[in-house]
Design a binder for this molecule. Structure first.
Ligand code: NAD
Length: 433
């Protein structure tokens, strides 16, 4: 098989497919990325990926190249290129998907399967299908649900597999090919859902819209808690006991970010508008707005805690990645908070176990340091990514031995608040008294 686009999704997909027995060529236009992958090195942080890459490359069944003609040897082709937000609007930018398909088409043979994994606006597959069909190949839409940080496990043993296929015998055959591709997961009873293109595309954006809504729901409750003296974490525990609601994704804090949820809900809104159904998902604008407000709230907590003025105050920002177990800083709430504090004149020092390099290239104006150096002399500490390095391994006593002040803003409600208070810290959570 070929995997076109070797980023967070594609590189893991290529390595994971090799590990379950397939012969894979990964193709990308990014020369340095391909060089690293071909040498068996992960170009980004993802637990378990380095091991799979090393084994795969050593076996000779996993290769990487920038030469699209290598796809000619494959019979199944996965498209995993990026679909970022357009620069001047909310819609998804399909430039990369279109370019990848354009480049792949001359190498397709009758009987080949092209499986789209990128997250695309509903209706995209139907347009691409005709062009693919002209070569005698068949397009399927096979959306990806992996979570960064758990991407290897999620790729090998997903919660479910979805295949959007054309109607008739061609679609049935394409579904059978995907069953062969994912034989190990299917053998362990992973649901394999065969549907049409539009449903497959919508499953992905609907899932992300639901998750984003759940996070913004609890963050809206945090806003109400803040004006009433209630504690949103106790509220979340209490409503989470209801099996219909569930506790997962009810962590109030500075909200979601990353390369998926924010741009996916915006692209969904834009697509719904195009379809004349903007009102159906108008709530996603509110979901987005609530999410972005929480970043400002965290900044305000720091400002208020420092008596209204952060100018030239040293602030240790613990976290840069949009979530732990990843070095991904795309639309990271953590970095947004850091940038905003710096904009107010604070002497911000950012730390992160994995994401400093990415953060530095995106925001070179910020200062970066190892954790303890960041804490040294700080007037306030802000936790913005819930890495274990901060929530479990940083004791308030150790922090006290380094900082100048005793103010901690827990942007992820992940610290042991009583322990920090007992050690003499003034603790501020999100939506908590
Ligand atoms: P990414 O930016 O990490 O990777 C995209 C890769 O595509 C890059 O390496 C880029 O160089 C390559 N590329 C661009 N144009 C190309 C072309 N014409 N030919 C070959 N390669 C090309 O993005 P990502 O996070 O891997 O996301 C890819 C897609 O998967 C997006 O649609 C995203 O929404 C979706 N997705 C991502 C995740 C995730 O957790 N990252 C999860 C599910 C779905």
């Amino acid at each position: 098989m070929s995997v076109i686009g070797c980023g967070y999704l594609g590189a893991v997909h290529a390595a994971a497919m090799t590990s379950i027995g397939h012969d894979v060529v990964g193709i990308d236009v990014d020369e340095p990325k391909i060089q690293a992958l071909a040498a068996g090195k992960a170009p980004f942080f993802e637990p378990g990926l380095p091991e799979l890459l090393t084994e795969g490359v050593a076996s000779g069944r996993l290769r990487f190249t920038t030469d699209m003609s290598a796809a000619a040897e494959a019979t199944v082709h996965f498209i995993g290129v990026g679909t970022p937000q357009q620069k001047d609007g909310y819609a998804a930018d399909l430039t990369y998907v279109n370019a990848a398909v354009d480049a792949l088409i001359p190498h397709l043979k009758p009987g080949d399967i092209v499986a789209g994994k990128s997250t695309v606006p509903v209706g995209t597959a139907a347009i691409l299908a005709e062009r693919v069909a002209a070569t005698g190949a068949t397009l399927v839409w096979n959306p990806e649900f992996l979570r960064e940080g758990w991407a290897v496990q999620d790729t090998i043993s997903p919660d479910r597999l979805v295949a959007g296929v054309p109607s008739g015998a061609q679609g049935e055959r394409a579904a059978d090919v995907l069953r062969e591709v994912y034989h190990t997961a299917i053998a362990t009873d992973t649901p394999f859902i065969v549907t049409d293109y539009a449903t497959a595309e919508l499953v992905k954006v609907a899932a992300n819209a639901f998750l984003a809504t759940k996070i913004s729901f609890i963050n809206a409750m945090a806003e109400i808690a803040e004006v009433t003296g209630a504690d949103v974490t106790e509220l979340a525990d209490a409503i989470g006991h209801d099996a219909r609601i569930g506790r997962r994704f009810l962590g109030a804090g500075i909200g979601f970010g990353g390369g998926c949820l924010p741009k996916d809900i915006r692209a969904f809104s834009a697509r719904a508008e195009e379809l004349g159904r903007g009102e159906s998902v108008a709530f996603l604008r509110e979901v987005d707005a609530i999410n972005l407000r929480r970043r400002d709230r965290a900044v305000q907590l720091v400002v208020d805690a420092l008596d209204g003025d952060v100018y030239e105050k040293k602030i240790a920002v613990l976290g840069a990645a949009f979530k732990p177990h990843s070095d991904d800083i795309r639309d990271s709430p953590a970095l947004d908070v850091a940038v905003k504090l710096r904009g107010l004149g604070a002497d911000v020092v950012v730390t992160d176990p994995e994401a400093i390099e990415n953060a530095r290239s995106r925001h070179p104006q910020l200062t970066y340091a190892e954790r303890d150096e960041a804490l040294t002399g700080a007037h306030a500490v802000v936790v913005v990514t819930e890495w274990d390095e901060y929530r479990r391994q940083l004791s308030p006593a150790h922090a006290s031995s380094l900082t100048a002040g005793r103010i901690v803003v827990d942007g992820r409600n992940c610290l042991d608040a009583p322990a920090w208070r007992a050690a003499g810290w003034t603790y501020f959570g999100m939506g908590r008294p």
